[in-house]
Design a protein around this ligand. Structure first.
Ligand SMILES: [Zn+2]
Ligand SMILES: [Zn+2]
Length: 176
């Protein structure tokens, strides 16, 4: 679950709608994403995979940016309704026993929609929709899942956006 949430965050943040360049510009970038997220059982990628993954990515982004929980639920249900979900227990590549939700013959987009979709569904069921956040820095729209105990995280990455904002605030105070 934690792994799937990190995967969906990384996927959404490749989208140009989070403020940067297209992170999935071609098949090489898509392959790199598959490897960095250790997505198993993926066959040779095609342009069709790239198009489908980008569409799933935008659907997930809408879940993160939903203005309220009913909207997030509706958006996620729309994605899940087009996704085959077939849970099964597995142990592979040295990982401990865990559940895969994607159909055995799923293409990459359906694979990601199933596993990340189920992870987000559990998060919503637990009443944790507010943990799905967009960075508060003015020029950054990257998303993240707030794992902090008191649900107080506001920046996508405290080492970059957080630091940047603190420096800006410090300079503003010095000028005042
Ligand atoms: Zn696995
Ligand atoms: Zn940020």
């Amino acid at each position: 679950m934690v792994h799937s949430l990190a995967t969906v965050v990384e996927l959404v943040n490749t989208s140009p709608s989070t403020g940067g360049d297209e992170g999935l510009a071609g098949l090489a970038e898509l392959q790199a994403f598959v490897e960095s997220r250790q997505i198993s059982g993926v066959s040779r990628l095609t342009a069709r995979d790239l198009g489908q993954v980008r569409m799933v990515r935008e659907a997930f982004h809408r879940v993160f940016t939903a203005t309220d929980q009913p909207t997030a639920v509706r958006t996620l249900n729309a994605l899940l309704s087009e996704t085959r979900i077939t849970p099964r227990l597995t142990e592979h590549d040295g990982h401990p026993l865990h559940v895969h939700y994607f159909a055995a013959d799923a293409a990459l987009a359906e694979h990601v929609a199933a596993d990340c979709g189920v992870a987000l569904a559990h998060l919503l069921v637990e009443g944790e929709a507010e943990r799905l956040r967009t960075c508060a820095a003015p020029d950054c729209d990257r998303v993240f899942v707030d794992e902090s105990r008191n649900r107080s995280r506001v920046y996508c990455d405290s080492r970059t956006c957080g630091n940047r904002m603190h420096v800006a605030a410090y300079r503003a105070r010095r000028r005042a």
